[in-house]
Design a binder for this molecule. Sequence first.
Ligand code: MG
Length: 249
Amino acid sequence: MIVLKTSRELSIMKEAGRISAAALKLAGEAVEPGVTTAEIDRLAEKYIRSQGAVPNFKGYGGFPATACISINSEVIHGIPSKKRVIRAGDIVSIDLGAVFEGYNGDNAATFAAGDVSDEAKALMDATRESLYEGIRMAKAGNRIGDISAAVQRYVEARGYSVVRQFVGHGVGTSLHEAPEVPNFGTPGHGIRLLPGMTLAIEPMINAGTEKVKTLADGWTVVTLDGKLSAHFEHSVAITAEGPQILTLA
Ligand code: MG
């Protein structure tokens, strides 16, 4: 069932989104060679709690941390660790969110640690842009497939591949709600978008094969060919006035 949010609920989601976005910004600013992923996670958690919110990933399905931090060929769900030191040239995907007054924010971005290769930069740029291509289609009257196809078209035109095994989702009182928001699809297909729907749109884009596997830790998803992956995400509301990004710092 897809839950349509009232304007009162959307204003709470906007605050949950603000906290999520500010925590992500803080985490991204901490990405530097020599820093551990555990330290970044700690900073994000401290900020979220300072805002009267709670990290919504922590404990979700047993996930042990505030942020998923995934480096280079890691796609999503990397577990922060004191042993994981960021190195110059790494690209670091951070995915995190906050629950505030019962409503969830969810956002992600990939950050560069020091100077990264042109190849890495181009992948990050294309993934970020594909998110905005998707958001532009998040309009009442369109269908989910319009968002999906816009993301897919943008990245595949640049020679990248779309991860298919994981998709975006509705977001609200639950971190993951209906509907699914794939990053691949056909324009004009899927459910129709209505004002009050809130979607987490999150392209996960690989430099090489779209195929991924999960490591033995049960969480970390990596590209099958070991090539780079990037991830950008916003929580977005469908409104009569057009798409409204909720996760803005
Ligand atoms: Mg998400």
